[in-house]
Design a protein around this ligand. Structure first.
Ligand code: ZN
Length: 105
């Protein structure tokens, strides 16, 4: 099984598919309400990279890509989130215990 970061969905389309409405339609960084339950802060999301961060200092809702967002909002672990986003390539030749390659950014 291989993790293919290039298969990650377009961030702005992904966020919209998760019911997020941005206050802007253009630009790289967009603002919306934080998705963490109990937090009424403003979240910044990057429409190009999928990075997101809540502006509330005490809130830890942040991540570097749409995969992190999927994990933060659904509680899924890395593999489950990657599978949900369709970025795990099933490869019958690789060992079932092989870890996917994770890009470092
Ligand atoms: Zn927040």
């Amino acid at each position: 099984m291989t993790f293919d970061r290039n298969q990650l969905p377009d961030p702005s389309a992904f966020f919209e598919s998760r019911g997020i409405e941005f206050r802007e339609r253009r630009g790289r960084w967009r603002t919306t309400a934080c998705r963490r339950p109990g937090c009424d802060g403003t979240m910044l999301a990057n429409a190009c990279t999928g990075a997101f961060t809540c502006m509330t200092e005490s809130c830890t809702f942040r991540g570097g890509d749409v995969l992190s967002f999927e994990m933060e909002t659904t509680g899924a672990d890395f593999m489950a989130a990657a599978r949900a986003l369709g970025v795990l390539i099933e490869d019958s030749r690789s060992s079932a215990t092989a870890m996917p390659e994770v890009g470092h950014e």
